[in-house]
Write a protein that binds this ligand. Structure first.
Ligand code: UDP
Length: 238
């Protein structure tokens, strides 16, 4: 069976993916390289919605937030995703890709609010839409925002870019016999207790029959292969 290119995808980029080798923040070289991959895909005519994380700047559950009120820390985490979204939009602009940021929290002087019909229109016009501020609610993650926005915009798949090139039977850093799955069902992921996304995100994707492909952000051309429906990383299917 030949691979078929997806028409509309939701790409989840973690904040950590923007750090590169740095311990914190946004690494310019990394974001430029990542943008190259994203713009290659956008130029194929694939409709691309992006949810970006914030863990490179602030994480609500991180030690740095200890002692803080959790909801307050989470709002800080969501604000961090807005910074990343702006950096990504700017880097895409430098490559000639038109991207719009929509935020789940209202910061109207900086970014427009999340409005679903407008987001759909942008996608139809070929613009990359970057969803910032997660779900807009504390106690959630940007993985859940990816599942939610993916379902809302009718994405065919959630592409989760991580530091690992897929889902393994065990932690490949600890167990040399760990095997990478090429495909695995939602039921099997649950039965084997494999951690793909947080439980809320995973449950949403499973209920909405929204497949997930986990692949490495550090592997050149991996995003394009994932968009083309090729056997890249691991596909979690219904
Ligand atoms: N966050 C939140 N609600 C959301 C999405 C994110 O409260 O809907 C906060 C939460 O504190 C989280 C931080 O924003 O730790 C950054 O998001 P996440 O950890 O998902 O980013 P990533 O791991 O992808 O970099």
């Amino acid at each position: 069976m030949s691979a078929q290119r997806h028409q509309r995808v939701l790409l989840k980029l973690s904040g950590e993916a923007l750090m590169g080798e740095d311990a914190y923040g946004i690494n310019r070289g990394t974001i430029l390289r990542m943008t190259e991959e994203v713009s290659d895909v956008a130029n194929l005519g694939v409709q691309l919605a992006v949810v970006i994380g914030g863990g490179n700047i602030f994480r609500g559950v991180a030690p740095g937030a200890q002692g803080m009120d959790r909801a307050t820390a989470d709002y800080m985490g969501m604000m961090a995703t807005v910074m990343n979204a702006l950096a990504l939009q700017d880097a895409l602009k430098h490559r000639g890709v038109d991207a719009r940021v929509q935020s789940a929290l209202n910061i109207e002087q900086v970014v427009e609010p999340y409005i679903r019909p407008k987001a759909l229109r942008y996608l139809e016009e070929g613009k990359v839409v970057i969803f910032a501020a997660g779900t807009g609610n504390p106690f959630f993650t940007t993985d859940t925002a990816a599942a939610l926005r993916g379902a809302e915009v009718g994405a065919e798949i959630v592409l989760k870019a991580t530091k690992v090139d897929g889902i393994y039977s065990a932690d490949p850093n600890k167990d040399p016999s760990a095997q990478r799955y090429s495909r695995i069902s939602f039921d099997e992921v649950i039965a084997r207790r494999l951690e793909v996304m947080d439980a809320t995100a995973f449950a949403l994707c499973r209920d909405q029959k929204l497949p997930i492909r986990v692949f490495s952000i550090n592997k050149a051309g991996a995003l394009a292969r994932a968009v083309n429906g090729e056997d890249e990383g691991t596909l979690v299917h219904v």
